[in-house]
Design a protein around this ligand. Structure first.
Ligand code: UDX
Length: 451
């Protein structure tokens, strides 16, 4: 810890989704261990649990979201509403609740761009946290340009063609949002990516993983302020405090005892993150694919994530009895611990950026089945650029069975595991003293202290 940073307060505002709360709270943990005091300001919607972070102060803001807004599940609509509603309240809270002199900076998720305006109003420096890959940033810009040119990049006829100047992405890999309103979604990207008065960008990525994209972003002036790629942030955070969790759902640790009974590299871990839902037909294909693979599996099925049921009611008849002890199903897992367990031989993932980084950090190869947005970009990089995963084209039992067996048992999968272990090593080097993320982190602390 640096003495000069002690008691300087940072205000952090996470975007209220699990895949964004996690990296922001990890950043808080890292900066706290560097001596800063941390206040997490958050929306009432999806409020983080303060218990996991007893050293932080938490302040909840009314967000004005109606039950109706929330029930649509339309992330673009929810985020736009938060940006419209929270500005006045955040400013009043900061001016009233804290002595402004103590706060040296506001760090906000890129999607909560209203924070930048508030910071400028009260003359505080601000920094943006980007929680997706830098390849996604470039792909979103490309998508905006294509849309402005009237392209329809998702026509089947061109979906397998390469996007010009965006190697290795094909049109089908472009980060099409999950929203009814594509115009509003495009505007959210523009608002999130435009830097008006912020002083820097923190990026949860690593030079050794995304060097060429990061260079392109700087060289082509997509980002006119300093960038600090200090990822994977969970690696730094776990060194300071291994027990913290920012999970909105309760983690079921009983799966660790189940993993302890499985043999080395044999288990396929299945999780589609915190947002994706599936239908009855899809869940049946997943179930039979897992059963027919004859490999042990740990499967996270979030409550409510299968349309038309509360939890596992729609799993096909005979499936659970058929797999018996070979399968373990939980509502929510301690994912990082699971990925670090020696029994886990592969991760069937939707390729959210956090899951991707966590898998890479533990040297676990992946089966990639992206759904929307940045997941497609990440999946393409995992399979084609870093070559530590295979793409599951169709959600059909035969393909699933084949993919699992290939990843866990075949030579192709073993080669991927070797490359995944190499990437894990790269992460270790980068986050240790002298490594690139470590250097950028020191640079970030100095930068904040210069305010
Ligand atoms: C969302 C988007 O879908 C994703 O594409 C984007 O990159 C971030 O925001 P999400 O779908 O939740 O995120 O995926 P991901 O980024 O992987 O984040 C999920 C987080 O939940 C991970 O940190 C993972 O460790 C955690 N998790 C997931 C658990 O702790 N337990 C689980 O059982 C499942």
């Amino acid at each position: 810890m640096r003495n000069e940073t002690r008691r300087r307060r940072l205000v952090l505002f996470p975007c209220p989704y699990q895949g964004h709360i996690n990296p922001m709270l990890q950043l808080g943990t890292i900066l706290y261990s560097n001596g800063f005091s941390i206040t997490i300001v958050h929306t009432n919607f999806n409020a983080p649990n303060p218990q996991g972070h007893p050293h932080f102060s938490f302040v909840s803001l009314p967000d004005g979201l109606s039950e109706n807004d929330i029930s649509t599940g339309d992330i673009t609509r929810i985020l736009t509403t938060i940006n419209d509603n929270c500005k006045v309240c955040l400013q009043a809270t900061l001016e009233k609740g804290q002595k402004l002199d103590d706060i040296i900076c506001i760090i906000f998720d890129e999607h909560l761009y209203f924070c930048e305006a508030v910071a400028a109003n009260i003359k505080l420096p601000s920094i943006i946290l980007r929680t997706t890959s830098s390849a996604t940033f470039l792909a979103r810009y490309a998508l905006l340009t294509l849309q402005a040119q009237g392209y329809e990049p998702f026509q089947d006829s061109i979906s397998h063609e390469m996007v010009p100047k965006l190697h290795p992405l094909r049109f089908k890999d472009l980060p099409l949002p999950k929203s009814e309103d594509l115009k509003r979604a495009a505007q959210l990207v523009v608002d999130s990516y435009t830097i008006r008065s912020s002083s820097a960008v923190i990026w949860n990525t690593m030079d050794g993983l995304e060097q060429s994209c990061l260079m392109k972003i700087q060289e082509e002036y997509y980002c006119p302020v300093p960038i600090f790629p200090i990822g994977p942030m969970h690696k730094f955070a776990s060194r300071t405090n291994n027990s913290t969790t920012a999970s909105l759902l309760k983690e079921d640790s009983s799966c660790i005892a189940w993993l302890d009974k499985q043999s080395h590299n044999s288990v396929i871990y299945v999780s589609l993150g915190s947002i994706i839902s599936t239908g009855e037909k899809e869940i049946a294909e997943m179930a039979w694919g897992l059963a027919n693979s004859e490999q042990p599996f740990l499967w996270v099925i979030r409550p409510g994530s299968v349309s038309g049921s509360d939890w596992v009611e729609l799993l096909p008849k005979g499936f659970r009895d058929g797999v018996g002890e070979r399968g373990c199903i939980v509502k929510w897992a301690p994912q990082k611990e699971v990925l670090g367990h020696e029994a886990v031989g592969g991760f069937w993932s939707h390729c959210g950026w956090n899951s991707t980084l966590e898998s890479i950090s533990e040297g676990v190869p992946m089966i990639c089945k992206p759904c929307f947005g940045d997941q497609r970009v990440n999946a393409r990089y995992v399979c084609h650029e870093w070559r530590v995963g295979l793409e599951l084209e169709k959600l059909e039992r035969k393909d699933i069975e084949r993919a699992i067996r290939k990843l866990i048992l075949d030579d192709e999968g073993k080669d991927m595991r070797v490359r995944a272990k190499d990437l894990k090593e790269k992460v270790e080097v980068s986050t240790r003293q002298g490594g690139s993320s470590h250097k950028y982190l020191n640079g970030l602390v100095d930068f904040i202290m210069s305010f």
